[in-house]
Design a protein. Sequence first.
Length: 231
Amino acid sequence: MTGDDYQAGQVLLIDKPLQWTSFQAVNKLRWEIRQAFNIKKIKVGHAGTLDPLATGLLVICTGKMTKQIDSFQGQIKEYTGTIVLGSTTPSYDLETEINDTFETAHITTQLIHDTTQQFIGEIDQFPPIFSALKKDGKRLYEYARAGETVDIKSRKITIEQFEITKIDGLNIDFRAVCSKGTYIRSLANDFGKALNSGGHLSALRRTKIGDFDVKDGLSIDDFIKKLSKKD
């Protein structure tokens, strides 16, 4: 493709690596495209944030295709990941240290599978305090890191599928298909509560957004190699 092709608009499927923010991925691709084709300015944006501790599908739009970002963001998403039972963290994942532990002797394989049914359909979900949502002009994580308490309202979200794919002690692998606005970290936390224990997310991977599949995505390094060939 040419620089004009990227300006006209492309949809890039990128497999985001661990520890990268979505913003860093967008900035990296924008810079590489500009360098490859000597473009002074080009619009590049993503259709749905992934946390730094999550990997997987980023739908990145360039040029005129950035106008389609909102429509892509609204599509159904699929995730796989691991919930660790018996303990919680303030961020609901491994960004923060474990702050509480719980009994797990009562948890059975059958109870784990049965409890997933509570989360299928339209449910009320509270976003994590460690999130980028804004309240009164500040990000929620800013309140959290300052140790401030803030009132967070629940939101209606829809989980179409929530299945357990593997149980290894307290490590529960799952697959979830859900609507825009769903926080899988909150799902992990709520799932632990529903089991009368605790839970936090230890791994997360986004595998699909609508018809886009991470299997068709490129790593950032592979995209840069492909870009350098300018084919």
